[in-house]
Design a protein around this ligand. Structure first.
Ligand code: RRO
Length: 305
Protein backbone atom coordinates (compact mmCIF):
# COMPACT_ATOMS: atom_id res chain seq x y z
CA UNK A 1 0.00 0.00 0.00
CA UNK A 2 1.20 3.56 -0.75
CA UNK A 3 2.69 5.40 2.24
CA UNK A 4 -0.14 7.53 3.65
CA UNK A 5 1.80 9.01 6.57
CA UNK A 6 1.48 12.74 6.98
CA UNK A 7 1.86 15.63 9.41
CA UNK A 8 -0.83 17.98 10.73
CA UNK A 9 0.11 20.92 12.98
CA UNK A 10 3.26 19.07 14.05
CA UNK A 11 1.44 15.79 14.80
CA UNK A 12 2.83 12.77 12.95
CA UNK A 13 -0.01 10.59 11.63
CA UNK A 14 0.33 7.10 10.10
CA UNK A 15 -2.49 8.09 7.73
CA UNK A 16 -4.67 11.22 7.30
CA UNK A 17 -7.86 9.82 8.90
CA UNK A 18 -9.12 10.87 12.33
CA UNK A 19 -12.06 9.74 14.42
CA UNK A 20 -14.30 12.84 14.56
CA UNK A 21 -15.51 14.19 17.88
CA UNK A 22 -18.79 12.72 19.11
CA UNK A 23 -18.76 9.13 17.83
CA UNK A 24 -17.40 6.32 20.02
CA UNK A 25 -14.88 8.59 21.69
CA UNK A 26 -16.22 8.96 25.21
CA UNK A 27 -14.40 5.99 26.77
CA UNK A 28 -10.82 4.76 26.75
CA UNK A 29 -11.97 1.37 25.44
CA UNK A 30 -13.84 2.69 22.41
CA UNK A 31 -10.94 5.00 21.53
CA UNK A 32 -8.55 2.03 21.78
CA UNK A 33 -10.82 0.13 19.37
CA UNK A 34 -10.47 3.00 16.87
CA UNK A 35 -6.67 2.91 17.27
CA UNK A 36 -6.67 -0.86 16.64
CA UNK A 37 -8.89 -0.32 13.57
CA UNK A 38 -6.12 1.77 11.98
CA UNK A 39 -7.21 5.37 12.50
CA UNK A 40 -4.49 8.04 12.18
CA UNK A 41 -5.59 10.14 15.19
CA UNK A 42 -8.52 10.36 17.58
CA UNK A 43 -10.58 13.40 18.59
CA UNK A 44 -12.38 12.92 21.91
CA UNK A 45 -16.01 13.70 22.65
CA UNK A 46 -16.29 17.38 23.60
CA UNK A 47 -15.66 17.71 27.32
CA UNK A 48 -16.63 20.55 29.67
CA UNK A 49 -15.80 21.54 33.22
CA UNK A 50 -18.65 19.57 34.84
CA UNK A 51 -20.68 16.46 34.12
CA UNK A 52 -23.69 17.03 31.80
CA UNK A 53 -26.50 14.57 31.04
CA UNK A 54 -27.20 16.14 27.62
CA UNK A 55 -30.55 16.92 25.99
CA UNK A 56 -33.72 14.87 26.63
CA UNK A 57 -34.55 11.93 24.31
CA UNK A 58 -34.93 11.38 21.43
CA UNK A 59 -31.44 12.67 20.65
CA UNK A 60 -30.91 11.08 17.21
CA UNK A 61 -33.03 10.80 14.08
CA UNK A 62 -31.81 8.60 11.21
CA UNK A 63 -32.60 10.22 7.87
CA UNK A 64 -32.13 8.92 4.33
CA UNK A 65 -28.85 10.75 3.70
CA UNK A 66 -27.61 11.56 7.17
CA UNK A 67 -28.17 11.78 10.88
CA UNK A 68 -29.79 14.56 12.87
CA UNK A 69 -28.51 14.74 16.45
CA UNK A 70 -29.11 16.86 19.48
CA UNK A 71 -27.04 14.98 22.04
CA UNK A 72 -26.54 18.22 23.98
CA UNK A 73 -22.86 17.85 24.95
CA UNK A 74 -23.29 14.88 27.31
CA UNK A 75 -19.94 14.22 29.04
CA UNK A 76 -18.52 13.19 32.40
CA UNK A 77 -16.60 16.45 33.02
CA UNK A 78 -12.86 16.92 32.58
CA UNK A 79 -11.79 15.33 35.86
CA UNK A 80 -13.45 11.95 35.24
CA UNK A 81 -12.63 12.07 31.53
CA UNK A 82 -8.90 12.33 32.25
CA UNK A 83 -8.65 8.63 33.14
CA UNK A 84 -10.40 7.65 29.88
CA UNK A 85 -7.90 9.75 27.94
CA UNK A 86 -4.99 8.08 29.73
CA UNK A 87 -6.29 4.67 28.68
CA UNK A 88 -6.83 5.85 25.09
CA UNK A 89 -3.17 6.93 24.93
CA UNK A 90 -2.17 3.24 25.10
CA UNK A 91 -3.39 2.95 21.49
CA UNK A 92 -0.25 4.78 20.32
CA UNK A 93 -1.99 7.31 18.05
CA UNK A 94 -2.23 11.06 18.72
CA UNK A 95 -5.22 12.05 20.85
CA UNK A 96 -6.82 15.43 20.24
CA UNK A 97 -8.87 16.58 23.23
CA UNK A 98 -12.07 18.40 22.28
CA UNK A 99 -13.29 21.02 24.75
CA UNK A 100 -16.31 23.32 25.05
CA UNK A 101 -17.18 26.08 27.49
CA UNK A 102 -19.28 29.19 27.91
CA UNK A 103 -16.49 31.73 28.32
CA UNK A 104 -12.97 32.38 27.02
CA UNK A 105 -11.60 31.63 30.50
CA UNK A 106 -13.43 28.30 30.88
CA UNK A 107 -12.39 27.13 27.42
CA UNK A 108 -8.74 28.06 28.00
CA UNK A 109 -8.77 26.38 31.42
CA UNK A 110 -10.25 23.22 29.88
CA UNK A 111 -7.62 23.25 27.14
CA UNK A 112 -4.91 23.41 29.82
CA UNK A 113 -6.54 20.53 31.77
CA UNK A 114 -6.84 18.44 28.58
CA UNK A 115 -3.14 18.96 27.93
CA UNK A 116 -2.36 17.98 31.53
CA UNK A 117 -4.42 14.79 31.06
CA UNK A 118 -2.14 13.87 28.14
CA UNK A 119 -3.82 15.24 25.00
CA UNK A 120 -1.38 15.73 22.11
CA UNK A 121 -3.43 18.62 20.73
CA UNK A 122 -6.63 20.51 21.54
CA UNK A 123 -9.74 20.97 19.40
CA UNK A 124 -11.85 23.95 20.49
CA UNK A 125 -15.53 23.21 19.85
CA UNK A 126 -16.73 26.62 18.66
CA UNK A 127 -19.50 25.15 16.57
CA UNK A 128 -22.06 22.85 18.26
CA UNK A 129 -25.28 24.15 16.63
CA UNK A 130 -27.78 23.42 19.40
CA UNK A 131 -26.43 24.01 22.91
CA UNK A 132 -27.48 27.18 24.65
CA UNK A 133 -24.54 29.38 25.62
CA UNK A 134 -21.91 27.11 24.01
CA UNK A 135 -20.44 26.16 20.63
CA UNK A 136 -21.80 28.16 17.71
CA UNK A 137 -23.33 30.78 20.03
CA UNK A 138 -19.74 31.88 20.73
CA UNK A 139 -18.18 30.62 17.51
CA UNK A 140 -20.35 32.66 15.13
CA UNK A 141 -18.61 35.88 16.15
CA UNK A 142 -15.16 36.42 14.60
CA UNK A 143 -14.13 38.59 17.59
CA UNK A 144 -14.94 35.85 20.08
CA UNK A 145 -13.28 33.17 17.94
CA UNK A 146 -10.13 35.28 17.93
CA UNK A 147 -10.14 35.94 21.68
CA UNK A 148 -10.92 32.29 22.56
CA UNK A 149 -8.06 31.04 20.39
CA UNK A 150 -5.67 33.65 21.84
CA UNK A 151 -6.41 32.70 25.45
CA UNK A 152 -6.33 28.95 24.74
CA UNK A 153 -2.92 29.38 23.10
CA UNK A 154 -1.63 31.32 26.12
CA UNK A 155 -2.63 28.47 28.45
CA UNK A 156 -1.27 25.52 26.41
CA UNK A 157 1.91 24.18 24.81
CA UNK A 158 0.35 21.71 22.36
CA UNK A 159 -1.23 22.56 18.98
CA UNK A 160 -4.67 24.19 19.16
CA UNK A 161 -7.24 23.66 16.40
CA UNK A 162 -10.52 25.58 16.15
CA UNK A 163 -13.57 23.66 14.90
CA UNK A 164 -15.74 26.09 12.96
CA UNK A 165 -19.46 26.29 12.25
CA UNK A 166 -20.91 26.18 8.72
CA UNK A 167 -24.05 27.93 10.05
CA UNK A 168 -22.72 31.37 9.18
CA UNK A 169 -22.60 33.73 6.21
CA UNK A 170 -18.79 33.63 6.04
CA UNK A 171 -16.79 30.72 7.42
CA UNK A 172 -13.71 32.37 5.86
CA UNK A 173 -14.11 35.31 8.29
CA UNK A 174 -14.20 32.86 11.23
CA UNK A 175 -11.11 31.09 9.86
CA UNK A 176 -9.19 34.38 9.53
CA UNK A 177 -10.18 35.29 13.11
CA UNK A 178 -8.94 31.95 14.47
CA UNK A 179 -5.66 32.34 12.61
CA UNK A 180 -5.27 35.89 13.95
CA UNK A 181 -5.88 34.57 17.48
CA UNK A 182 -2.99 32.14 17.03
CA UNK A 183 -4.78 28.86 16.25
CA UNK A 184 -2.40 26.28 14.78
CA UNK A 185 -5.09 24.69 12.60
CA UNK A 186 -8.77 24.62 11.72
CA UNK A 187 -11.38 21.90 11.57
CA UNK A 188 -14.33 22.32 9.18
CA UNK A 189 -17.19 21.60 9.50
CA UNK A 190 -19.45 20.87 12.45
CA UNK A 191 -23.05 19.82 11.77
CA UNK A 192 -25.65 21.92 9.93
CA UNK A 193 -28.53 23.15 12.09
CA UNK A 194 -31.77 21.38 11.15
CA UNK A 195 -34.97 19.76 12.39
CA UNK A 196 -37.38 16.92 11.63
CA UNK A 197 -41.12 16.80 12.35
CA UNK A 198 -43.29 13.70 12.83
CA UNK A 199 -46.42 14.48 10.77
CA UNK A 200 -48.71 12.08 12.71
CA UNK A 201 -47.56 13.37 16.08
CA UNK A 202 -47.56 16.94 14.74
CA UNK A 203 -44.40 17.73 16.69
CA UNK A 204 -40.61 17.92 16.32
CA UNK A 205 -38.95 14.50 16.74
CA UNK A 206 -35.87 15.60 18.69
CA UNK A 207 -36.34 16.30 22.39
CA UNK A 208 -34.42 19.54 21.80
CA UNK A 209 -36.50 20.27 18.62
CA UNK A 210 -33.40 21.46 16.73
CA UNK A 211 -30.29 19.43 16.00
CA UNK A 212 -27.23 19.08 13.79
CA UNK A 213 -27.26 17.28 10.42
CA UNK A 214 -24.25 15.10 9.56
CA UNK A 215 -23.44 12.40 7.01
CA UNK A 216 -23.44 12.19 3.18
CA UNK A 217 -25.98 15.04 2.79
CA UNK A 218 -23.53 17.65 4.11
CA UNK A 219 -20.42 16.65 2.15
CA UNK A 220 -20.80 19.33 -0.57
CA UNK A 221 -21.17 21.99 2.15
CA UNK A 222 -18.05 20.75 3.93
CA UNK A 223 -15.99 20.64 0.74
CA UNK A 224 -17.10 24.17 -0.15
CA UNK A 225 -16.19 25.44 3.34
CA UNK A 226 -12.72 23.86 3.23
CA UNK A 227 -12.19 25.32 -0.27
CA UNK A 228 -13.13 28.84 0.93
CA UNK A 229 -11.01 28.58 4.08
CA UNK A 230 -7.98 27.37 2.10
CA UNK A 231 -8.11 30.60 0.09
CA UNK A 232 -8.41 32.72 3.27
CA UNK A 233 -5.67 31.39 5.61
CA UNK A 234 -2.23 29.77 5.72
CA UNK A 235 -2.74 27.35 8.64
CA UNK A 236 -3.65 23.67 8.02
CA UNK A 237 -7.28 22.57 7.68
CA UNK A 238 -8.80 19.26 8.77
CA UNK A 239 -11.89 18.42 6.68
CA UNK A 240 -14.97 16.75 8.13
CA UNK A 241 -18.54 16.19 6.98
CA UNK A 242 -19.96 13.19 5.11
CA UNK A 243 -16.69 11.33 4.49
CA UNK A 244 -17.26 7.59 4.01
CA UNK A 245 -14.88 6.59 1.18
CA UNK A 246 -11.38 7.20 -0.13
CA UNK A 247 -12.82 9.39 -2.91
CA UNK A 248 -14.66 11.54 -0.33
CA UNK A 249 -11.37 12.02 1.55
CA UNK A 250 -9.52 12.90 -1.68
CA UNK A 251 -12.21 15.47 -2.55
CA UNK A 252 -11.66 17.23 0.81
CA UNK A 253 -7.89 17.11 0.38
CA UNK A 254 -8.06 18.59 -3.09
CA UNK A 255 -10.22 21.38 -1.61
CA UNK A 256 -7.38 22.07 0.85
CA UNK A 257 -7.61 19.65 3.79
CA UNK A 258 -4.39 18.16 5.15
CA UNK A 259 -6.29 15.42 6.99
CA UNK A 260 -9.91 14.28 7.34
CA UNK A 261 -12.23 13.26 10.17
CA UNK A 262 -14.87 10.56 9.98
CA UNK A 263 -17.87 10.46 12.32
CA UNK A 264 -21.25 9.46 10.94
CA UNK A 265 -19.71 6.78 8.67
CA UNK A 266 -18.33 5.07 11.79
CA UNK A 267 -21.90 4.98 13.12
CA UNK A 268 -23.25 3.53 9.83
CA UNK A 269 -20.34 1.29 8.70
CA UNK A 270 -18.37 0.52 11.89
CA UNK A 271 -14.68 1.00 12.70
CA UNK A 272 -13.56 -0.89 9.54
CA UNK A 273 -14.33 2.29 7.62
CA UNK A 274 -10.85 3.68 8.43
CA UNK A 275 -8.90 0.87 6.78
CA UNK A 276 -11.27 0.89 3.80
CA UNK A 277 -10.86 4.66 3.31
CA UNK A 278 -7.06 4.24 3.48
CA UNK A 279 -7.09 1.38 0.97
CA UNK A 280 -9.25 3.38 -1.43
CA UNK A 281 -7.06 6.51 -1.07
CA UNK A 282 -3.99 4.44 -1.68
CA UNK A 283 -5.50 2.96 -4.85
CA UNK A 284 -6.50 6.42 -6.08
CA UNK A 285 -3.00 7.79 -5.47
CA UNK A 286 -1.39 4.89 -7.31
CA UNK A 287 -3.76 5.18 -10.28
CA UNK A 288 -3.28 8.96 -10.52
CA UNK A 289 0.44 9.32 -9.84
CA UNK A 290 0.40 10.94 -6.39
CA UNK A 291 3.40 9.91 -4.29
CA UNK A 292 2.34 11.46 -1.01
CA UNK A 293 -0.84 12.62 0.67
CA UNK A 294 0.56 16.17 0.82
CA UNK A 295 0.80 16.24 -3.00
CA UNK A 296 -3.00 16.23 -3.24
CA UNK A 297 -3.68 19.09 -0.81
CA UNK A 298 -5.33 22.07 -2.50
CA UNK A 299 -4.83 20.89 -6.09
CA UNK A 300 -8.42 21.80 -7.02
CA UNK A 301 -7.52 25.49 -6.68
CA UNK A 302 -6.67 27.15 -10.01
CA UNK A 303 -3.22 28.42 -8.92
CA UNK A 304 -2.27 24.94 -7.65
CA UNK A 305 -2.88 23.05 -10.88
O1 RRO B 1 -23.17 16.87 21.72
C1 RRO B 1 -23.77 17.32 20.73
O2 RRO B 1 -25.00 17.42 20.68
C2 RRO B 1 -23.07 17.81 19.53
C3 RRO B 1 -21.87 18.51 19.56
BR1 RRO B 1 -20.93 18.76 21.12
C4 RRO B 1 -21.33 19.05 18.35
O3 RRO B 1 -20.30 19.73 18.32
N1 RRO B 1 -22.03 18.85 17.22
C5 RRO B 1 -23.17 18.14 17.19
O4 RRO B 1 -23.76 17.98 16.10
N2 RRO B 1 -23.68 17.62 18.34
Amino acid sequence: MTDLSTEVCGLRLRNPTMLASGVLDETGKSMLAAARAGVGAIVTKSVGMDQRPGHPNPTIVELEHGLLNAMGLPNPGIELFSSELKEAKKGGVPIIGSVFGGTEQDIAELAALMEKAGADAIELNLSCPHAKGYGAELGSSPDRVESICRLAKQRTHVPVLAKLTPNTSSIADLARAAEKGGADGLVAINTLKGMAIDPEARMPILGNRFGGLSGPAIKPVGVRCVYEIYEAVEIPIVGVGGIASGRDAVEYMMAGATAVQVGTAVWTHGMDVFSRICKEMSRFMKDNGYRSVADMVGVAHPDKR
